[in-house]
Design a protein around this ligand. Sequence first.
Ligand SMILES: Nc1ncnc2c1ncn2[C@@H]1O[C@H](COP(=O)(O)OP(=O)(O)O)[C@@H](O)[C@H]1O
Length: 282
Amino acid sequence: MSTYLIGDVHGCYDELIALLKQVDFTPGTDTLWLTGDLVARGPGSLEVLRYVKSLGDSVRVVLGNHDLHLLAVFAGISRNKPKDRITPLLDAPDADELINWLRRQPLLQVDEEKKLVMAHAGITPQWDLDTAKECARDVEAVLASDSYPFFLDAMYGDMPNNWSLELSGVARLRFISNAFTRMRYCFPNGQLDMYCKDVPENAPTPLKPWFAIPGPVTDHYSVIFGHWASLEGKGTPEGIYGLDTGCCWGGDLTCLRWEDKAYFIQPSNRRLDLGEDEAVAS
Ligand SMILES: Nc1ncnc2c1ncn2[C@@H]1O[C@H](COP(=O)(O)OP(=O)(O)O)[C@@H](O)[C@H]1O
């Protein structure tokens, strides 16, 4: 009975299956955790959603910004960008079923026994765990309801970027979805910066990666996140694990086995197809 945590799959179905084969993942016995961004960029978003949905209770997922964007595209709110390669999914006969399953997935996973928390981008240092849980529940409730398109229409944008108990309505929901799915850097007071995407060595002062600012959650829990491929899984403090290693860009799909902290790597098929140089340049 093992727990396998895998970074952003981004439509890389073949690599996901190969990685699960490598670790001998057995549904019903083992549990798979996925850091979100199941879809977009890679060629197999449809196959990834069908497979992950079929795993039932053997998988724990969180939503990423690309998953939310897919929901908005399917609802006719946002544009289908060709580079996302999601048209086969949008046109699939079971698209409705897959989308309805996806919009009922959480933003936050917590395992009290393992003292383990997972969110796509991470946990803002401005929140304790109770606040994070309450915030996640509020967005999840809207996404699961019939009025979810109203939220998806209002979710785009970078503001507000500072947590406050005074926030309400769509501004509050937008802050919550940005914090859970798009955050990378914070100001020293924990306020989000939604613009910088650079690697930490090149980040402008006073920005720091969210995980470099001590917060109530990271003080007591291990945190698993994805979203930030340019970190290449490196540079996080002990107990914080960035698992997105850019498979869809020609990097790797990374798996961490929780029980013994062993890492397993599946190289992107794209790298094998294109040759190292071309894949890295894109
Ligand atoms: N609140 C939001 N504001 C802007 N983009 C959002 C938001 N929520 C989801 N998205 C989506 O997230 C994706 C961001 O893509 P991009 O800027 O390339 O960042 P990333 O590095 O996460 O791929 C886009 O598809 C965008 O539509």
